[in-house]
Ligand binder design. Structure first.
Ligand code: ADP
Length: 522
């Protein structure tokens, strides 16, 4: 028996140590060696050291494995020897061994310091080759080729591979697997797989030890690296010649890319579904909008026809109303055409020096039909406000903003149109006292087909194209359009356009949101 002090000393060592007497009878192994080899002290105490040595390495030139190593200590110059040792269960584990001896005869104590073999290729394993040739010269000629082939496949396979014994300790793994897990082989080899946290993974290992194949797919949480790896693992049991399970192998596949491809497919699918829904909604609204003016138009024309047939006087209001519906239809069709021109980059602008004040007046004077009982206040500077723009398109923007203000506010309220000159910019605002726009919807207001949820198709007709077209026109004039609004309080739309004199000014940024109405810029 090793002395208690000797045992305590060994226990304190981080490296695995095995101590035996001069007859190579094992006296003690420290906890690090227990972990590495899978044996407990109890199981090995008093056993011969050859218990740990593969049969082919038990005799060298008439010497035992340990005596041979001791004899070569000088030649090795203190370097460890790389050899396979037998773990519990019979699997071989590559380790580095350094052997030392103290005392003589019955007092002799032999100590083996073990280490997991490093994975670095700069390791010199010359002593192992010499050991191999001392025992099995034939095997040394054929084995390297087989081993090399195995090594080539194992290390270069584009998959993670690992092998575990029945204890179940990870005996070996390739670099791909270590990289995948975000750890090093040194940490992984010797790891007991049942100490992992992933119950599904452990279940697979248990299945394999029961002789069954197993399949793992999921987000594996690596204990050693805190990494979460989406992976797929196929487990298979390994059987010895007697048909008993002697461990398992596993092929590990990183499915991060497949996962993101699947997520991208899902995203595209949902996007396509959304686009289809938007298109269907639009078709419903568009058909409704286009049809709405047709019924009264045909009724009015029929009534006109009857009166003319009977030689009755024709009320001009009848004709005016019929024309209103035609104007509405034409405007809808024009919006549809403009939106498709914008989408395909074909909405042409004809820029020239113009007076914005004149264009606003023209837009407002053409608004008699829509005005109803609304009051429209127009305030503008005394002097002309000159800008470079497309008068037809800017009139369209102004008309759209004023029409919206009229459409989305009560019939007896006031719409305030204000033109101001601000530094290098002309600033137009259209304010109403209407239904307002919910804050969370203001961001999408200038998108194609967008209509806020507080406007129902039946109460307020519209295709959700006017602001989309207006934004495009304003921005292509080097300007900005934005809104400030509060539900139930009304909305104010702003348009800033560069004045003619200014070279290439930057449109003013709207003031940051304050306690008043919220604003949305475009
Ligand atoms: P349309 O009025 O034909 O629906 P627009 O593009 O002109 O299309 O307007 C988009 C949406 O913006 C409208 O459906 C409405 O929800 C909202 N909106 C525009 N102007 C106003 C306004 N003055 N007051 C309240 N909501 C408005």
């Amino acid at each position: 028996m090793a002395g208690e002090d000797y045992k305590r000393l060994m226990d304190a060592m981080a490296d695995p140590l095995v101590a035996c007497d001069g007859d190579e009878r094992i006296l003690y192994l420290n906890p690090a060696a227990e972990r590495l080899l899978g044996w407990t002290v109890r199981e090995l105490e008093d056993q011969r050291l050859v218990h740990l040595v593969p049969a082919r390495l038990r005799s060298f030139d008439g010497h035992s494995f340990v005596r041979y190593l001791l004899g070569r200590r000088r030649a090795l110059g203190g370097r460890p020897v790389r050899v396979p040792l037998l773990r519990r269960g019979g699997a071989e584990l590559e380790v580095e061994v350094t052997v030392g001896t103290l005392g003589e005869g019955p007092e002799e104590r032999i100590t083996l310091v073990l280490r997991r073999a490093p994975e670095s290729p700069d390791y010199t394993d010359e002593p192992l080759e010499r050991l191999g040739s001392a025992t099995a010269p034939r095997a040394t000629h054929s084995a390297p080729t087989a081993e090399r082939a195995y090594q080539l496949v194992f290390e270069n396979a584009p998959l993670g591979l690992f092998h575990f014994d029945t204890t179940p300790t990870l005996i070996t793994c390739n670099d791909y697997f270590a990289r995948l897990i975000g750890s090093s082989k040194r940490v992984l080899i010797g790891l007991n797989l049942l100490t992992l946290h992933d119950e599904h993974f452990k279940g697979c290992v248990r299945d394999v030890l029961d002789g069954r194949h197993a399949y793992y797919e999921g987000d594996y949480h690596a204990v050693s690296s805190d990494k979460v790896i989406p992976m797929r693992t196929h487990f298979a049991p390994c059987f010895n010649e007697a048909g008993e399970v002697e461990g398992g192998v596993a092929i590990v596949e990183d499915i991060t890319e497949q996962r993101s491809a699947a997520a991208e497919r899902d995203r595209l699918f949902h996007e396509a579904q959304d686009a289809i829904r938007v298109r269907d909604d639009f078709l419903t609204i568009a058909s409704h909008e286009l049809k709405t003016p047709l019924t009264p138009l045909s009724l009015r024309l029929a009534s006109l026809e009857r009166r003319l047939e009977r030689n009755e006087p024709v009320d001009p209001a009848l004709l005016r109303h019929a024309r209103q519906h035609l104007v509405r239809l034409t405007a809808l069709i024009n919006d549809l055409l403009d939106a498709s021109r914008i989408d395909s980059g074909r909405l042409a602008l004809h820029l020239e020096p113009i007076g914005l004040d004149t264009i606003i007046e023209r837009a407002l004077s053409g608004m008699d039909i829509e005005r109803g009982h609304h009051r429209i206040d127009y305030v503008h500077p005394p002097e002309a406000v000159r800008i470079r723009g497309d008068s037809y398109r800017l009139e369209q923007v102004i008309a759209n903003l004023v029409e919206n203000a009229l459409k989305y506010s009560p019939g007896d309220s006031t719409v305030r149109v204000t033109l101001d000159v601000n530094d290098d910019f002309a600033l137009l605002s259209v304010a109403d006292e209407g239904i307002g726009i919910p804050r969370d919807q203001q961001e999408q207001l200038f998108e194609r087909y967008f209509r806020a949820r507080n406007v129902s198709v039946t109460s307020y007709g519209g295709l959700g194209l006017g602001l989309y077209i207006s934004r495009d026109i304003v921005e292509r004039h080097g300007g900005r359009i934005w809104v400030e609004s509060e539900v139930g309080q009304g909305s104010t739309f702003y348009v800033a356009l560069p004045l003619l004199a200014s070279a290439t000014p930057t449109p003013p940024a709207p003031e940051p949101p304050h306690s008043g109405p919220s604003q949305q810029v475009h």
